[in-house]
Design a protein around this ligand. Structure first.
Ligand SMILES: [Zn+2]
Ligand SMILES: [Zn+2]
Length: 127
């Protein structure tokens, strides 16, 4: 299925000169001159990677963790879609709140992992 988002892989890095965390998508990795803006996401926090104050260091590391999570999004999406396909998008005999056939059958109020996967995919695709 064709995706609307820029194809992966996406790569995140700390840009020291801009004091930013940056995510470059495949097109921008391959051709930085042409795709320097629309296929690059940047968090320009102005923090240095040698921050020593614990609170500032924590903010830098949180930004870095956020960057890694966002940069991995195309891989996570592809993996989840592949898992749902492999499992035929079914969880037989599931008794979670969203899969149970009737309200009396619900055993777990929390969504099962299949429902969580479907919801995450829908969120990623804006559906
Ligand atoms: Zn289920
Ligand atoms: Zn479910």
């Amino acid at each position: 299925m064709a995706e609307k988002h820029t194809p992966g892989p996406w790569e995140g890095e700390y840009d020291e000169s801009e004091e930013s965390h940056v995510i470059r998508m495949a097109t921008a990795i391959e051709n930085p001159a042409r795709y320097s803006t629309v296929h690059v996401w940047e968090c320009r926090h102005g923090l240095s990677d040698d921050e020593e104050h614990p609170k500032t260091r924590q903010r830098f590391e949180e930004s870095e963790a956020n960057m890694r999570l966002m940069a991995s999004a195309p891989d996570l999406l592809a993996a989840l879609e592949s898992m749902l396909t492999a499992w035929d998008d079914e969880c037989p005999d599931c008794k979670c709140a969203c899969c149970a056939p009737a309200p009396d059958d619900i055993v777990s109020p929390a969504p099962c992992s299949m429902c969580m996967a479907r919801a995450a995919i829908a969120k990623a695709k804006g559906e």
